[in-house]
Ligand binder design. Structure first.
Ligand SMILES: *Cc1c(COP(=O)(O)O)cnc(C)c1O
Length: 407
């Protein structure tokens, strides 16, 4: 089969998967439209403040919209967060105090948090403030429920971090069913422990979000799912009011908290990005599913498989071949709208142990809700692909990448 025939065959066999994705797109679009209506989103919301950013009506209304959508008490949705990692770091520094213990129950956290926590030494880490860190690894792609129960029975834990998406690990991402089960256990054994979720890449993938199953606070990036490819930067935090307020006090300053922070012209982009997000996430999900089906068909290992339940928008292709990983990534770059003529090569990226190759031909720097692909140069040479603003552009990028590995 040539590439066009391969894609046609895949699409004929993916009707059921696409229908499920469209069903979730409808569910969230409806939810967003209702939240816009209930909060009276009007043209006034697109005006913006400068300077201190007091009385930023658009910003404050958007935060109510976010809180509604997640079923949470409060939200902080800000362009002052430089990234998802910054929002995660700010949340940890806001909620933890010296001699507290932070426990990860989903194994080693995302690479950029290693210096935040002090797993990799840094003079500004949580560890430098005497905040302890401990970790319980996953077993068979699920939480180690027995070990978590035992740990919480014998130790006082201030905050538990759960990272749903796999990062650069080889594990599976954590579906909401598993998250629900572990939160239930945590709250039974240790009701006062704060449950914080790194929700990056998981928004609008499943119908239930972690707040609805008992999480206290969740964090994510706006250059991923909820920015809809429109938000130029930023991140969000939603959850219990007292906790979100503490994060506001840490992001700005004690005493001013969420009341300051000028939106500097981004309000309209944040609203519009959120409005598009269910459809953009659906495009990314279809592109991931198509990639999984086609790459498996031509002989590569993939995870998740096309008919697996997905927790996030990330598709892995396990190449077991360094050259193939590089070629594939270069193909995605060549099939991107911006910088299609540059050739990505592996490089030593700050914060990462191995060399990394990255394709990101995106409108927004580093945006990974746009079609993007990256991978550390180490065994078993896995490509981590995510995004696509539209399904058609996702498909076109995939065709370029398949051509490159077939040369
Ligand atoms: C992307 C990501 C982050 C960090 O987000 P940035 O906006 O890139 O800083 C954190 N955790 C996970 C699981 C991610 O995928």
């Amino acid at each position: 089969m040539n590439i066009e025939e391969l894609i046609l065959d895949a699409e004929n066999n993916l009707k059921e998967q696409y229908k499920n994705i469209e069903n979730i797109e409808f569910y969230y679009s409806n939810k967003i439209l209702k939240a816009f209506k209930d909060n009276n989103v009007s043209e006034n919301c697109f005006t913006s403040t400068t300077g201190y950013g007091y009385n930023d009506y658009g910003r404050d209304t958007l935060e109510k919209v976010y809180a509604n959508i997640f079923g949470a008490e409060a939200a902080l949705v800000r362009n002052q967060f430089v990234s998802g990692s910054h929002a995660l770091s700010t949340t940890l520094f806001a909620l933890l105090r010296p001699n507290d213990t932070l426990l990860s129950v989903s194994g080693l956290p995302y690479d950029t948090l290693h210096e935040v926590i002090g797993i990799v030494p840094n003079p500004s880490s949580l560890k430098s403030y005497n905040i302890n860190y401990d970790q319980i690894d996953l077993i068979n792609n699920d939480f180690d429920y027995d070990k978590i129960k035992e740990y919480l029975t014998n130790n006082k834990v201030k905050l538990i971090e759960i990272q749903r998406s796999k990062g650069y690990s080889t594990r599976e991402s954590l579906t909401i069913d598993k998250v629900e089960k572990v939160i239930k256990l945590i709250k039974e054994v240790s009701p006062n422990t704060i449950v914080m979720i790194d929700n990056c890449y998981c928004e609008f993938v499943e119908k239930t979000n972690p707040i609805e199953v008992g999480a206290d606070i969740i964090v994510g990036s706006l250059i991923k799912n909820l920015g809809g490819g429109i938000a130029p930067n930023g991140a969000y935090v939603v959850g219990k009011k007292d906790l979100v307020e503490l994060v506001g006090e840490r992001l700005t300053l004690p005493g001013e908290g969420m009341e300051v922070g000028p939106s500097l012209g981004v309000n309209k982009s944040f609203y519009q990005g959120l409005f598009f997000a269910p459809s953009v996430v659906a495009s990314a999900m279809k592109t991931a599913t198509l990639t999984s089906y086609v790459l498996e068909k031509i002989g590569y290992e993939v995870s998740p498989k096309y008919n697996d339940t997905r927790a996030d928008i990330v598709q892995n292709i396990i190449f077991r071949d360094k050259d193939k990983l590089i070629k594939y990534t270069q193909g995605i770059q060549a099939g991107s709208p911006i910088d299609s003529n540059t050739l990505p090569i592996p490089w030593d990226m700050p914060g990462y142990k191995d060399q990394v190759i990255m394709a990101s031909g995106s409108f927004t720097q580093g945006s990974s809700i746009e079609l993007s692909c990256d991978g550390p140069i180490r065994e078993p040479y896995i490509a981590y692909q995510q995004g696509a603003l539209t399904y058609t552009y996702g498909k076109l990028g995939l065709i370029e990448a398949i051509k490159k590995i077939s040369e």
